[in-house]
Design a protein around this ligand. Structure first.
Ligand SMILES: *Cc1c(COP(=O)(O)O)cnc(C)c1O
Length: 389
C-alpha cells in the first residue's frame, strides 16, 4: 500500500500497514529480520541506503515507520529500551539547562534525570502537573524541557497535555510526553501540541512481554536529526529481532487495547463495590479525579487499575499478592497476560518511605496490569485473592 494513502486511514489500518511493504527482493509479506551488521557496497560509498547496522537496519526502519504512523509523526527513532529513548532526549540538553518533570512519573526517568544527568549540570524539578500554576512557577529562563507522563504510574492520574504544551512553548521549552501507559490508540500527544512522544515499546506496543525497546516520535526535523545523530554516535540501538517482535506486536495493538480497556473498566467497577477495597484508581470511573479530562484527551481509559485495601498494611497486601493464580506477580505491564504488582516493595521501592506515603503510594496499594483474558476469570481471581484476607 502507498504510505501516503495510509495517512487518511484509521489507526487499526495503520497498526497493520504503516511503515511496511512487501520485501522488494522476495515479496515476503512480513518484513524479514535483517540479521546483519553490514551491507555490501557496489563501489566505495555506493549503497542502497544502508551502510552499517548501528546506523540503520531495514527491520528497524519498518518499525520506525509503523510507530511514527501510529503517533501521526513524520519521524520515529527507535532505541534499545524506553530509558535509552529518554536518555537520548536529555542528552540534547547542555550544562545549565533545566528540566521540569511530573512528580508522579516512571521511577527510571526520575533516577535518570536525578542521578545520571544532574552530575553533568542538567537540573530537574518534579512538580504536580495537575497544578498548571505550579508548573508555570517551576519554569525558569533555563528550562529547556517539560517532561509529562499521563496517565501516571501507579495512581493513573491524568494531566492536561494541551495546556501544558502551551505553557512549555510560551517559555521556549520543548514538550515531551511519555505515552507508554496510553499508547497512540488511546492518546496522541503530538496532535495535542507536544513536540516529542516517548514510549517504552516493552509494554503495550510490543504487548507480549518478550522484547525490550523504546521510541521517540516527532514532527520536528531538528529533533529528528539530533536524535539520529545521537543513536549513531552513542549507539543505543535495538536489535533486528526485537524490532521484528515489536512490529509483530503493533499489528494487533488496536484490538488488544480495546480488550485491555473493557476488562480494566469491568474490573475497576467490580472492585469499587468490594467490601475489602477502600479506593480504586481508574480514569474510567465517573467520580475519578481525572475522568472528565481523560474523556477529552483520550479515546479510552487504558488497562491499568490500582486499588487500596481497607486494611492498609504490608501483611494484607502480601496476602493478596501471593494468592492470585491468573494474575502473575511481576514488574512491568502492558502484555497480553495480567500482572499484579506491589508499588511499595517492587516498582517504587527506591522512593524513601515518607516520600512514598506522601505521594499516596500506601503500603496496601496494589497495581494491576489488566490483560486480555476472559473478564470473568480475572474478576474471579481477584475475588478469590481478596477472600483470603
Ligand atoms: C517501562 C517504562 C519506561 C522504561 O522503559 P524500558 O523499556 O523498561 O527501558 C518508561 N516509562 C514508562 C511509563 C514505563 O512504564
Amino acid at each position: 500500500m502507498k504510505q501516503e494513502l495510509l495517512e487518511s486511514m484509521g489507526l487499526g489500518t495503520k497498526s497493520v500497514h504503516a511503515g511496511q511493504r512487501p520485501d522488494p527482493e522476495t515479496g515476503a509479506v512480513m518484513t524479514p529480520i535483517y540479521q546483519t551488521s553490514t551491507y555490501a557496497q557496489s563501489a566505495p560509498g555506493v549503497h542502497k541506503g544502508y551502510e552499517y547496522g548501528r546506523v540503520s537496519n531495514p527491520t528497524r526502519t519498518a518499525l520506525e515507520g509503523n510507530l511514527a504512523g501510529l503517533e501521526s509523526a513524520a519521524h520515529g527513532i527507535s532505541f534499545s529500551s524506553g530509558v535509552a529513548a529518554t536518555d537520548a532526549i536529555a542528552r540534547c540538553l547542555k550544562p545549565g539547562d533545566h528540566i521540569v518533570a511530573s512528580n508522579d512519573l516512571y521511577g527510571g526517568t526520575y533516577r535518570l534525570f536525578r542521578e545520571v544527568f544532574r552530575p553533568f549540570g542538567i537540573t530537574s524539578d518534579f512538580i504536580d502537573m495537575s497544578d498548571l500554576e505550579a508548573v508555570r512557577q517551576a519554569i525558569t529562563s533555563n528550562t529547556r524541557l517539560l517532561w509529562i507522563e499521563t496517565p501516571t504510574n501507579p495512581l493513573v492520574r491524568i494531566v492536561d497535555i494541551q495546556a501544558l504544551s502551551d505553557i512549555g512553548h510560551e517559555q521556549g521549552a520543548a514538550v515531551a510526553v511519555d505515552n507508554t501507559f496510553a499508547t497512540p490508540i488511546l492518546q496522541r500527544p503530538l496532535e495535542l501540541g507536544a513536540d516529542l512522544v516517548v514510549h517504552s515499546t516493552t509494554k503495550y506496543l510490543g504487548g507480549h512481554s518478550d522484547a525490550i525497546g523504546g521510541v521517540v516520535c516527532t514532527n520536528d526535523n531538528e529533533w529528528n536529526e539530533r536524535l539520529r545523530f545521537l543513536i549513531k554516535s552513542a549507539g543505543a540501538v535495538p536489535g533486528p529481532m526485537d524490532c521484528f517482535l515489536t512490529l509483530r506486536g503493533t499489528k494487533t495493538l488496536h484490538l488488544r487495547m480495546e480488550r485491555h480497556c473493557s476488562n480494566a473498566q469491568a474490573l475497576a467497577e467490580h472492585l469499587v463495590q468490594h467490601p475489602k477495597v477502600s479506593k480504586v484508581y481508574y480514569p474510567g470511573l465517573p467520580d475519578f479525579d481525572g475522568h472528565e479530562l481523560a474523556k477529552r484527551q483520550m479515546d479510552g481509559f487504558g488497562g491499568m487499575v490500582s486499588f487500596l485495601l481497607v486494611n492498609d498494611s504490608l501483611e494484607a497486601a502480601n496476602t493478596v499478592l501471593s494468592s492470585t493464580q491468573v494474575f502473575t506477580l511481576a514488574e512491568s505491564l502492558g502484555g497480553v497476560e495480567s500482572l499484579i504488582n506491589h508499588p511499595a516493595t517492587m516498582t517504587h521501592a527506591s522512593i524513601p518511605v515518607e516520600e512514598r506515603r506522601a505521594a499516596g503510594l500506601h503500603d496496601a496499594l496494589i497495581r494491576l496490569s489488566v490483560g486480555i483474558e476472559d473478564i470473568d476469570d480475572l474478576i474471579g481471581d481477584v475475588d478469590r485473592a481478596l477472600s483470603t484476607l
